[in-house]
Design a protein around this ligand. Sequence first.
Ligand code: BDP
Length: 598
Amino acid sequence: MLYPKMNSARTVLDLSGIWNFRLDNGKGFEESWMNRPFEEWETMAVPASYNDQKVGTAFRDHYGWVFYQKTFQVPSLLRSQRILLHFGSVTHYAKVYLNGELIAEHKGGFLPFEREIQDLVKEGDNLLCVAVDNKVDFSTLPVGNESAQAMFGSEIPDFDSVRKTKLAPQNYPNFDFFNYAGIHRPVKIYTTPGEYIQDIILVTDVQGEEGRVSYEISCYGQGTPKIEIVDEEGQTVAEGSGEKGTLAIKKVKLWQPGKAYLYTAKVTFKEDRYEETFGVRTVEVKGDQFLINGRPFYFKGCGKHEDSENHGRGLDEVLNVKDISLMKWLGANSFRTSHYPYSEEMLDLCDREGIVVIDETPAVGLNFPNILQDWYKELSRTKEHHEEVIRDLISRDKNHPCVVMWSIANEPDTAARAQSAYDYFMPLYHLAHACDPQDRPVTLVVCNNDYTKDLVAPAMDVICMNRYYGWYIFGGNLDAARQAMEYEMDYWKSKNKPVIITEYGADTVAGLHGATPNMFTEEYQVDYYETMNKILDSCPFVRGEHVWNFADFATIQGVMRVDGNKKGLLTRDRRPKLAAHYFRNRWKNIPNFNYKKK
Ligand code: BDP
């Protein structure tokens, strides 16, 4: 699916703005709210989460369906075109109605979907209604618990006053970020000619000074597509025609981390045209090295979230630009789209800014060792959806030069049910490889568990691990944390694979100081990172450090979280804590390439 772009053959109309909105009171479907304009409504901005746009727990903690409505007209001069309705993402389940008719359904809150509507739109007003469900359970990604008991397990005390309390249905996410919901990314109407370009696949390689671009163009209709490669100065550097081929770019300028260079593939097919930007670069894992353009790369950066005040998880391009600027200020060169696919707008920005991305599926929360005997076997519903999101993610992001690796999951249980985990994840690992025309490395991010039992982590192309010695394990005792981390690193050094620490961190309340560095103080966060970084520096096979987290972020309420997760180097409103200055100093002195001599 090509991202909607406007050019001389295609028009894009954006339906962003204020929509009419209703929380379902249990009667939305029964009373067919989708069939006619709401009689009563609230205003709601799109794109954004609905949770924090209004005051009160009714919105913040709503469980189940909500309904959005918007009326639009299609300009008559577009009526001869193929017309599509495109959603960047709706979290987590969407039913789309046009003039009362159900025209699309989509499961999964972080990837786009669209539907042709030229035969469905009428003259004058068209009523668009989107019903959105935020429920998470064992069949969704991310995974939710189906009951409070499942979530809190033995922590719920078993005595009358507790047992007899009726809990209203609510979401029990099995993940540590607020379950924001709504229409999170733009809704667009766009047109193409009747015969059109369906997809473009670009794979690049480098031979000496020459870049090679293999292309594959799929079209609807009879005819021959043409392709022209244009450089940043607007010069045509290569041309070809046909559905498949390989073009050469002489004296190619590479896409480099921190130094992006983008070419544009201008594709034409009959009346249709599409411009796809791309970079020429290679990615490869060799022994324990991660090579970009043949040189050993060192990942400096963070795990993140799409998360901010008022917008929740909704697309916020101002914030995206600011975040990349702050990453550069920190001296970072990369991040992981923890724990779900980020917007295409963010990936476009990273392409332009030269920021390296590890692109993750929404498979987080596959971890209930205490609840089900062998839950991998019971999760067939998740597996099917898991395959679908891997396919759709790679299909969406395949041409982005910023994406250098796929992460198929975050912190599943890979130790307690080691063999089942292996049987569940290896087919997904192979699927990711098979789906990617560029065949990038594939990983899965593992948690702080009994690593000696883990069969999955060592089977990945890159071993990615989240480690919390000094926080969840040996919290407050950095000497013990150091010993545990050193001991564990000794285990990984023999695997001859790159290791990236994809998360490590300590909750830190901005402004809380202590000459004695106790947990939660800004000083403890710095001491913690200094302790861990000394170890990472001493391990040649450690090829990257991603702190947890770039910024503080919202989570479910609970005794573990004081107004959200506070492991950010920055506060939620992007003010630096002490540790941000510490990393700025460190990362400015770590080069992107050849950091670890070997
Ligand atoms: C890791 C998770 C991440 C959490 C983090 C934490 O991958 O989502 O936010 O721990 O507890 O286990 O801060």
